[in-house]
Unconditional design. Structure first.
Length: 389
């Protein structure tokens, strides 16, 4: 029963993140339609991910109250909001839609990642791997779905993509309407000040690791279709590149969670980030020497390297979620909300910063700064405590 619940939650995660994955692939089209630069494109990430600051409070509330109905409704809200994004007639309208989706996504991730963790507490890393597997499957199919939708329905026609989110909410209703989302499960919920008293001992190290990883995700997910099209490639190659990153990320997410159960969380995170930084450096060299390459050599080079980067970079997620929840076994929802709030909030700011880099610096220099940021951030993982499982 719990295994089936695990797969259902992971499947709904796939549907939900399929929708939020529309944005990176839509960016080249939205930049053209709304006549905006990369800085304004990066600012869209703040509207989408900025609402994540509510996640600590969602986690705190989840430790005390049953929020199952909010969890059930969020896929429908996200699906409708992202379907309306392509039809936006102004930057303000687009920002409003993304902000609503951001709130919905924050609620979904804060509640869902804890709910799936309680399905099998003996292998938390594996459970987080299933959770991340669902998300990566969604982010893998999202670029393909939206490229095909734009091709056959036009950009404005993507408004008809909403039914999947509604169906996902119906499935959650049928399966979990009598369940609860309590994170404490028999313990007295901790005060936010209590969790903060523990977390503040290594909060700066956590922030620096998140900043490093955010540079990685900004370069190889959010802005990747924009970067590929700016090298002169067709729109379809931008979507194909993101598809490969996310497809190999599916395998990485599952492998990362299982591996961290055996090797340890910090070792897995450190290895993933350092390998990602190394391959980003190689890819930066390919961008730099592009003019002297045959088109297919250039294309083959960046597709292969992005596949490796996708596997290594996205394997970090399950390990991080498990590491945080193990630090707060009696108040997972609250601690998980604090981490996710920091993660998505910092990531949105880094995405904006990376967009500014792309506007005012060369592509090669911007990419190199991101790679150095990833490598530097990796070393701070050793300052975050890891408890025996």
């Amino acid at each position: 029963m719990k295994i089936k619940n695990t797969w259902i939650i992971a499947g709904v995660h796939a549907v939900h993140d399929n929708y939020t994955a529309f944005l990176p692939t839509l960016l080249p089209k939205l930049i053209e339609k709304l006549s905006i630069n990369n800085t304004y494109a990066g600012l869209l990430s703040i509207f989408l991910q900025g609402p994540s600051v509510i996640q600590p409070f969602v986690g705190y509330a989840s430790d005390k109250k049953n929020l199952i109905w909010i969890f059930i409704l969020t896929p429908a809200v996200t699906g409708i909001g992202m379907s309306l994004a392509g039809a936006s007639q102004s930057y303000t309208m687009l920002a409003v839609f993304l902000f609503i989706v951001g709130i919905s996504s924050s609620l979904f991730h804060s509640l869902g990642s804890v709910a799936i963790g309680y399905q099998d507490k003996s292998t938390l890393g594996k459970s987080m791997g299933f959770w991340m597997l669902g998300g990566e499957l969604g982010r893998t199919t999202g670029p393909v779905v939206i490229v095909l939708a734009v091709e056959f329905l036009t950009l404005e026609g993507t408004v008809w993509m909403f039914p999947g989110g509604i169906l996902a909410s119906i499935l959650l209703y049928l399966r979990f309407r009598h369940s609860d989302t309590h994170g404490s499960r028999g313990h007295n919920p901790a005060r936010l000040s209590t969790v903060w008293g523990i977390l503040k001992k290594y909060i700066m190290s956590l922030i620096l690791v998140i900043i490093g990883r955010s540079f990685l995700l900004a370069a190889v997910t959010t802005f990747l279709p924009v970067i590929i099209t700016q090298t002169g490639e067709a729109y379809i190659w931008g979507g194909t590149s993101l598809f490969l990153v996310e497809a190999f990320g599916v395998v990485g997410a599952m492998a990362g969670g299982t591996t961290s159960d055996r090797w340890g969380r910090r070792k897995t995170i450190f290895l993933s980030m350092t390998v990602s930084a190394a391959f980003m450096g190689i890819l930066g060299a390919i961008f730099f020497f592009q003019s002297g390459m045959h088109a297919w050599v250039f294309r083959g080079g960046y597709l292969v390297l992005l596949s490796v980067i996708g596997f290594t970079s996205l394997s970090v997620g399950p390990s991080f979620l498990a590491l945080i929840q193990e630090n707060f076994p009696d108040n997972r929802a609250l601690a998980n909300g604090v981490y996710l709030g920091l993660n998505f909030g910092i990531r949105s700011l880094v995405v904006l910063l990376f967009g500014i880099f792309l506007d005012y610096l060369s592509l090669e220099l911007s990419w190199s700064i991101a790679a150095v940021g990833v490598l530097a951030g990796a070393f701070f993982i050793w300052r975050i405590p890891e408890f025996p499982k």
